[in-house]
Design a protein around this ligand. Structure first.
Ligand code: HXC
Length: 273
């Protein structure tokens, strides 16, 4: 589906805001992270996106590159964030081909709906490994390059399930709580060395593949869900893109160790999805 530019990003940002910057994005072929990357590239950055599926990742990179003439976007498929060596290779390739790494989005995540009763230990471990170990591996692999950047930032893509608890998402909630916690420690350890770390926690986002798969597609149910959100609507990728641009822009340079929840205030209620 093709949308006008205003669907993805508010028209308030300067076109060359991220000129000369390079973003490294895991989970970059998924809807949220590919749209975050698209926003950064649209505003002047070059980017490297990482994914497990080769075809999907390469296609996403090609699509993102069309948003700005001259944009360089590399898609590295076949890379599993659970394997630090494959991430190290990807980070080295990104730095070699694009000149460094300034921004990291740790977005790769596993997710499926399953009750505690039906969840196998290996299912729990799979999500913990992708989300938590994968985030750790991402930081580990990119930090040498971030430390050389004059403007180094990390965004961790989290969720809101762990602020209240969420049925069928026990594994994801446990993993995302760890991601928030890891972010805080990295913020304190690396803030003094010029690298900021912040979490973005999206609430229910209407126009993503994940939501389409995990939320009911029933229009009446979606309307009902939107009414329960304090702002009266579901989130959009644009909400996440704008939050991302803010945190990576100079306007966000003193924000470090923060969890930015972008969910219309739902997390303040019990059962935040
Ligand atoms: C129960 C499941 C399952 C399911 C996998 N498993 N899918 N259990 N229900 N639907 C179990 C398997 O049976 C196995 O356990 C274990 O998990 C590992 O599965 P594998 O397929 O071998 O693992 P792997 O290839 O590593 O894949 C892991 C995966 C991943 C976690 C299933 O492929 C995945 O999550 N893909 C979806 C990625 C995704 O959509 N990400 C976007 C997140 S968006 P056993 O015991 O059998 O060995 C997001 C926002 C959501 O999170 C917002 C919602 C509103």
């Amino acid at each position: 589906m093709s949308y006008p530019e205003s669907h993805y990003l508010s028209p308030i940002w300067r076109d060359d805001l991220f000129k000369g910057r390079v973003a490294f994005v895991t989970g970059g072929a998924g809807t949220i992270c590919s749209m975050q990357t698209r926003a950064l590239v649209r505003l002047g950055a070059d980017a490297c996106i990482i994914g497990r599926n080769v075809e999907k990742t390469e296609k996403a990179a090609k699509d993102i590159a069309t948003v700005r003439p001259g944009a360089k976007v590399i898609g590295i498929g076949g890379c599993d964030v659970r394997k630090v060596e494959s991430l190290k290779e990807a980070a080295a390739r990104c730095a070699k081909e694009l000149g460094g790494i300034d921004f990291v989005i740790a977005g790769a995540a596993g997710n499926f709906l399953v009750s505690m009763e039906a969840m196998s230990p290996n299912a729990f471990k799979a999500v913990m490994d992708i989300d938590v170990l994968g985030t750790f591996n991402t930081i580990k692999s990119t930090m040498p390059y971030l430390l050389k950047s004059p403007d180094a930032r990390i965004i961790y893509v989290s969720a809101t399930f762990h602020y209240t608890g969420m049925p069928m998402q026990g594994h994801v909630a446990a993993a995302k709580a760890s991601v928030d916690s890891l972010m805080a420690s990295v913020a304190l350890e690396y803030g003094p060395r010029g690298v900021t770390s912040n979490v973005i926690s999206p609430g229910a986002i209407a126009d993503t593949e994940g939501a389409a798969r995990l939320l009911t597609g029933d229009a009446a149910a979606l309307k009902h869900r939107a009414r329960a959100i304090p702002t009266g609507r579901l989130g959009t990728v644009k909400d996440i893109d704008d939050a991302t641009v803010y945190l990576f822009s100079s306007a966000g340079s003193h924000v470090n160790g923060h969890v930015l929840v972008v969910d219309g205030g739902s997390w303040r209620r019990q059962g935040s999805l």
